[in-house]
Design a protein around this ligand. Structure first.
Ligand SMILES: O=C(OCc1ccccc1)c1cn[nH]c1
Length: 242
């Protein structure tokens, strides 16, 4: 998978060079390219923002640098003229979920646009869709506001990248994760079996795999009911009437 990120803070994406994602890049499983939006400005101050038409607080990211940056992304090492799916993190976007991460992990090429200030001139979205023929999705990590899209892109690239075959050595560990099938994960324990006067639940030491599976499923249901009842009604058939 190829991943392009356009940002005014390229150094914010440095953590993608670390650990799993870093190794995946070395192994050629992920091709991550970070572009500085200011490289696509032409004035002495490398201006990327200006005041909003209609008034209001804050600044808006100018359209021209974004158009040139996207042209560069589309042209770089792309003889076939393939198109990336463009993801723009923003508080007003569709929720980023494990289901969306799985969907994005199927894409051969993703491009992320990191907004700053109050956001990006709306015409950039129209230009990307109508003139560049890109599928554009505004995606939110949650109902809160960050100063820019970079932190959200780090989270999304990690969540998506780890689903790309080969990135995680033990694909088994991808199965029983929270949200993988609509339930939160069960409690986990490791040695020693007795610690600080606290014991590991005996069933886990019993070797009875059926009982262990039952206990774990019961724990997942209980945890989900306690912490995320919304998930229970959504994906387990209960319409909330019971
Ligand atoms: O704040 C966010 O993105 C950064 C951003 C983008 C555009 C304008 C302002 C801020 C965000 C919140 N949840 N998910 C993403």
């Amino acid at each position: 998978m190829r991943v392009d990120v356009v940002t005014i803070f390229p150094e914010y994406l440095a953590p993608l060079d670390l650990s799993l994602i870093g190794k995946a890049r070395e192994d050629g499983l992920l091709d991550v390219r970070v572009h500085d939006l200011r490289d696509f400005t032409h004035d002495r101050h490398r201006t990327v923002d200006d005041t909003p038409y209609g008034g209001g607080a804050g600044m808006v990211m100018k359209p021209q640098p974004w158009a040139e940056a996207l042209d560069h992304v589309l042209a770089q090492d792309n003889p076939s003229g393939a198109k990336p799916r463009l993801i723009v993190p923003g508080p007003g976007g569709q929720p980023f979920t494990q289901a969306l991460a799985r969907e994005l992990a199927q894409e051969p090429w993703l491009a992320f646009a990191c907004g700053r200030y109050e956001g990006i001139d709306e015409r950039v979205y129209d230009h990307a869709r109508e003139d560049l023929g890109l599928e554009v999705s505004v995606v939110s990590l949650g109902d809160y506001v960050l100063n820019g899209g970079e932190v959200a892109v780090l989270a999304m690239v990690e969540a998506v990248g780890r689903l790309v075959p080969g990135v995680i050595g033990n694909a088994e560990s991808l199965v029983e994760e929270s949200h993988e099938d609509g339930l939160l994960e069960y409690p986990i324990y490791t040695k020693p079996s007795s610690w600080n006067g606290r014991e590991v639940p005996p069933v886990l030491l019993s070797g009875n795999h059926g009982a262990i599976a039952d206990w774990r499923h019961a724990q997942r249901l209980a945890r989900t009911a306690a912490r995320r009842p919304d998930l229970l009604h959504a994906s387990h058939g209960t319409d909330g009437s019971d």
